[in-house]
Design a protein around this ligand. Structure first.
Ligand SMILES: Cc1cc2nc3c(=O)[nH]c(=O)nc-3n(C[C@H](O)[C@H](O)[C@H](O)COP(=O)(O)OP(=O)(O)OC[C@H]3O[C@@H](n4cnc5c(N)ncnc54)[C@H](O)[C@@H]3O)c2cc1C
Length: 464
């Protein structure tokens, strides 16, 4: 098969590239190769089974049209301060302009008009004052919250629009390698999921937008083809869950509190991430059977709890250059202790140096929204450095949100964010291999829906 532009991965980065090419009337034959299904065929059986079925050959939560976006909470961060390092590549004003433009496209496709985190100035001042006293920085970031169910509707309209405009989708097609001739990328090789025969798609422009799930695969591809990259950061953390009453003030004033600290003694960057008022803790399964924890919230259906991630960032120096493998090992060890599931422990038990027992969990006022999480001891698998960072950060957060560090607060593990290797890109998002571009979370430059989408828009603009 031949085409003008081949996009690997139908996540936000890939689909916004196609959208922008169409909006700019660039008249390209665009093929999008996606391992998963079209959006209407994506469904997670957990709604019925109440537990993760570890679906094979892939997890529908992160795979298929709109990538990790469809089942995500749909929180669009509208500030270039949040969502990745893409602004370092193109400059802050240009990144903010792209975000504002991309936000207007989301609105055209039916995103909610309301923006959270604006107004409430006095309350926010109060929260900021307490954060400063606790040695934390509160980052301002307005958020457009779609909610999981609305996000699916919105991405479905985008899918229909792209099909109507002639974009060709190869669903169920997994890219296995890139085709290179004399250091020029000529396209990609793929196979239909579950089948052995390979087929080639040839294109003068190949764009890899394989998301965080593709990080491992892309790491191999980079090594095989000498694509210039540097090892990325890994975030090792926990998903924290407590009653809405504790988080009420912050939830109402900000919806999402983006707090950053550098706690002693290591002074690593530790931050809050992905806060879900009235939300649900969820499980994601990677293809290598790694079960990691995440969280999301619906627009209508609410729980009694708020969850958020606390992430401790780790960078490694020479001679070690396998941060993803390092974090995976921590995840595997945690899964092993929980018999393949997610571990949950009460904060008080961590401080007391004991595991949490199921019956203790059942009589707590915070009931886990991830019902198949296994009560146990997350400290048995968490490295000392990460655990110390998390505990010291939670103690600081308690000064901003009284009750955050209470004995019954739940900590789930493993919460791991693998960021792909940071691929060296020029301002046209081209790698050192002619004809090969890399985008979104798989490029290592973005970490969120809006930033990945905005990078896609820039890609669409950059192509002749
Ligand atoms: C549960 C959950 C909740 C989240 N909530 C939020 C949120 O509220 N706000 C926010 O900003 N971000 C959120 N995120 C993160 C956000 O979804 C991602 O940052 C964003 O989707 C990245 O977009 P992307 O296009 O780079 O990659 P992805 O969305 O990951 O898409 C990549 C696509 O590539 C496909 N693919 C991978 N490898 C191959 C291959 N070899 N061949 C063919 N196809 C391939 C995958 O199937 C996938 O569909 C959440 C993520 C998860 C998992």
């Amino acid at each position: 098969m031949n085409c003008d532009v081949l996009i690997v991965g139908a996540g936000p980065a890939g689909i916004f590239t196609a959208l922008e090419l169409i909006r700019l009337k660039k008249q390209k034959h665009i093929v999008i190769m996606e391992k998963g299904s079209p959006i209407e065929k994506r469904s997670c059986p957990k709604i019925h089974t109440k537990k993760c079925m570890n679906c094979k050959p892939y997890c529908h939560i992160t795979t298929g049209f709109s990538g990790a976006g469809a089942f995500s909470d749909g929180k669009l961060s509208l500030s270039c301060e949040v969502g990745g390092d893409f602004p370092d590549l193109i400059g802050r004003p240009a990144a903010q302009e792209l975000i504002d433009y991309t936000d207007r496209i989301y609105l055209e496709f039916g995103a909610v008009k309301e923006v959270e985190g604006l107004g409430n100035d006095d309350k926010i001042k109060d929260i900021r004052r307490r954060a400063i006293k606790a040695g934390l920085k509160l980052v301002d970031c307005p958020i457009r919250h779609l909610g999981t169910e609305k996000a699916q509707e919105l991405y479905r309209s985008i899918q229909n629009y792209l099909i109507e405009k002639g974009v060709e989708f190869l669903f169920g097609a997994e890219c296995t390698n890139l085709i290179l001739e004399n250091s020029v990328c000529k396209g990609a090789r793929a196979h239909d999921v579950g089948k052995a025969e390979h087929f080639d798609v040839l294109a003068p422009v190949t764009i890899v937008a394989a998301g965080r799930r593709g990080a491992d695969w892309l790491d191999h591809i980079c090594r095989e083809h000498d694509i210039i990259h540097e090892s990325g950061t890994v975030d090792i953390g926990v998903r924290v869950e407590m009653r809405n009453e504790i988080m009420e003030e912050v939830n109402n004033a900000l919806y999402e509190s983006k707090l950053i600290g550098y706690p002693k003694p290591f002074k690593d960057k530790v931050r809050t991430f992905c806060q879900n008022p009235g939300g649900f803790v969820s499980q994601e399964n990677y293809d290598n059977n790694l079960a990691v924890v995440n969280g999301h919230s619906y627009k209508e259906m609410k729980s009694r709890n708020t969850n958020l991630a606390i992430l401790s960032s780790h960078n490694f120096s020479d001679p070690f250059n396998q941060p993803i493998a390092y974090a995976q090992k921590i995840g595997e060890l945690t899964n092993m202790l929980a018999n393949g599931h997610i571990l949950v422990q009460r904060y008080g038990d961590i401080l007391d140096g004991k595991r949490t027992w199921q019956d203790e969990l059942e009589r707590s006022s915070v009931q886990p929204t991830l019902s198949d999480a296994v009560a146990g001891d997350i400290t048995s698998a968490m490295p000392y450095r990460a655990m110390t960072n998390i505990i010291n950060f939670i103690e600081a957060l308690d000064m901003v949100v009284p009750g955050f560090a209470s004995a019954e607060t739940l900590l789930y593990s493993p919460e791991l964010k693998f960021y792909s290797n940071r691929i060296k890109l020029n301002r046209n998002l081209e790698t050192n291999i002619l004809g090969l571009h890399c985008l979104g979370d798989s490029s290592g430059w973005t970490r969120g829906l809006m930033m990945a989408s905005a990078m896609g828009v820039l890609m669409g603009r950059a192509l002749e």
